[in-house]
Design a protein around this ligand. Sequence first.
Ligand SMILES: [Zn+2]
Length: 135
Amino acid sequence: MRKCPYCGRENGEEAADCLECGTALAKKEPAARPLESQDEAGREWLGISLRTVCTILLVGGLYLLSFGPVRRYCGTVITTGPTSAGPGITSVRTVRYPAWVSSIYLPAFLIGSASGYDGLYARYLRWWDDRPRPR
Ligand SMILES: [Zn+2]
């Protein structure tokens, strides 16, 4: 039985409004989710976010790593010459890349130059640049 909060009349379990005064009877609260299943949902959510982050890192990492060989084997060296651009920088290469490389790898270009001449990524790219070309 559900007691009307206004007039106090007992109404049937299924009644939406009080039969006596018409006051809307409060809906039964849906049973709260047990703590255990909330934990489970949290773990599931955590797993999904971890997988998403890992996928992004993996794809991003592969993308950045692939720029080394791509720019090595798709670029055409136009000039190689000595330079005095900075301490430790002895030669500068001018390389032309196909348009698709320039557009797809624009973020990698930017990261490479943002990391500086001695940055890890810049060194990685130079390592590829210095590899002998296949014949
Ligand atoms: Zn009532």
